[in-house]
Design a protein around this ligand. Structure first.
Ligand SMILES: Cc1cc2nc3c(=O)[nH]c(=O)nc-3n(C[C@H](O)[C@H](O)[C@H](O)COP(=O)(O)OP(=O)(O)OC[C@H]3O[C@@H](n4cnc5c(N)ncnc54)[C@H](O)[C@@H]3O)c2cc1C
Length: 384
């Protein structure tokens, strides 16, 4: 066993570290002002982060998913919102097409997605279908060589400005989950209505909206993967993407730890720095240990994915553990800062709010536990 990063992985990590440092103050300011992180995304697009592990022949970097996760661990330390928007392009739209798209779809959509020239979204969740996507009600009805899409999606990240969306719809309603198909939708098509921006407590720059479809005409080439096999497309895509979500959580947790540590070293009470009090040391030690375990789980899941070995349970463990660790770190980090922890002039309250979302999106942590437990009970976890 070798825990050493390859020279290529170290290069990506270092590049991401520098790119993050360059926008640190800007990211803080944009979040305070509730603004879309356009400048940050532009810089990250120019640096090639939108396409890190998308295929080289379609404009991506052709790197492994470990590289992508190492980059996310750095980028999310300064702007979890921008890191999530990038993640939508890279892992929830781009990798879905790289795995399931036709050559024509890959040629057309992947280059601008990998270069960050267009934003994309992933529209699975509906008002009646959250953890249970089998309950979705959006339909796509075939007429000749076209499809007509009708329904409503919610919680669509980048729903306000994405150009293309990967959308789940029933193509054989009688078959329930076995009658779902995946479509690429150009969101400029007549009949698409973008809902108002949802006001949420977290991830201010990563806008969530609903999307309504009113008999939206889709050409036959919009179908991604096989007819009625869409749930497979969405679940497989989520399985990979949630390793990236775990990496974002590691980034958030590390940012919190760095701030808390810095504060504990500098702030003096009762004649000594806070870092000299044993209870503060224990908090810092627990945060560091949980984040190290999170990073290891995440990189193992990414490595399994890169090796094309089954990684669904590893992904669920990484996502569950890392997002809980980030949440715990944020709670403890605020406690270490005392009153300053809740002030908006300090970054911890933002990381606390952003960490919460990680426990919910891309499959809640309860659903992650279901995935892990199902495999345990089936006898499929042998420890190797
Ligand atoms: C910031 C953010 C961004 C998002 N971005 C997107 C996006 O881009 N695209 C998209 O499609 N969706 C997106 N989502 C939606 C997200 O995937 C859903 O919120 C999530 O899957 C949960 O669905 P729900 O909110 O309907 O909750 P529900 O499914 O109603 O769950 C409510 C609670 O019940 C629990 N629960 C549900 N079923 C079970 C069960 N079987 N066993 C135990 N507990 C259970 C859940 O864990 C949760 O705690 C986003 C959500 C957030 C918060």
């Amino acid at each position: 066993m070798d825990f050493t990063l390859t020279p290529g992985q170290k290069t990506v990590q270092e590049k991401a570290r520098q790119a993050a440092a360059e926008v640190k103050d800007l990211a803080f300011r944009l979040d305070r002002e509730g603004r879309f992180p356009e400048e940050i995304l532009k810089q990250w697009a120019e640096a090639g982060f939108f396409g890190i592990s998308l295929p080289r022949k379609f404009g991506g970097g052709g790197q492994d998913y470990v590289c992508y996760c190492l980059a996310q661990m750095e980028l999310a330390q300064v702007s979890p919102s921008a890191a999530l928007i990038l993640h939508l392009n890279h892992s929830l739209f781009g990798l879905a097409l790289a795995q399931f798209g036709t050559l024509e779809q890959q040629r057309r959509f992947l280059p601008p997605v990998a270069r960050g020239e267009v934003l994309t979204c992933f529209a699975l969740t509906e008002p009646e279908a959250g953890s249970d996507p089998g309950r979705l009600q959006t339909t796509a009805v075939q007429s000749g060589r076209e499809w007509f899409l009708t329904g409503r999606k919610n919680f669509v990240t980048s729903g306000d400005r994405a150009r293309f969306g990967l959308v789940a719809a029933l193509t054989d309603p009688g078959q329930g989950p076995k009658g779902i198909s995946a479509f690429i939708v150009d969101l400029k098509t007549p009949g698409v209505k973008r809902g108002p921006v949802e006001e949420k407590m977290c991830l201010g720059g990563a806008v969530s909206t609903s999307l309504e479809f009113h008999e939206v005409r889709l050409p036959a080439e919009s179908l991604v993967g096989e007819l009625n096999q869409g749930l497979k497309v969405f679940l497989a895509t989520l399985e990979g993407a949630r390793v990236g979500a775990a990496a974002q959580a590691v980034g958030i947790g590390r940012a919190v730890l760095a701030h808390a540590l810095d504060h504990a070293r500098r702030r003096e009470q009762f004649g000594q720095p806070l870092a000299q009090f044993q209870n503060i040391q224990w908090k810092l030690a627990d945060m560091a240990t949980e984040l190290e375990a999170s990073a290891l789980l995440t990189l193992k899941a990414a490595w399994l994915k890169d090796q094309k070995r089954p990684f669904g349970v590893a992904a669920a463990m990484a996502k569950r553990f890392a997002t809980d660790a980030a949440m715990h770190a944020a709670l403890e980090g605020i406690q270490i800062l005392g009153g300053y922890g809740v002030l908006k002039d300090y970054p911890l309250e933002r990381f606390f709010r952003d960490a919460k979302a990680g426990q919910i999106y891309e499959g809640t942590n309860e659903i992650m536990r279901l995935i892990i437990a199902r495999e345990l009970i089936r006898g499929g976890m042998t420890g190797d």
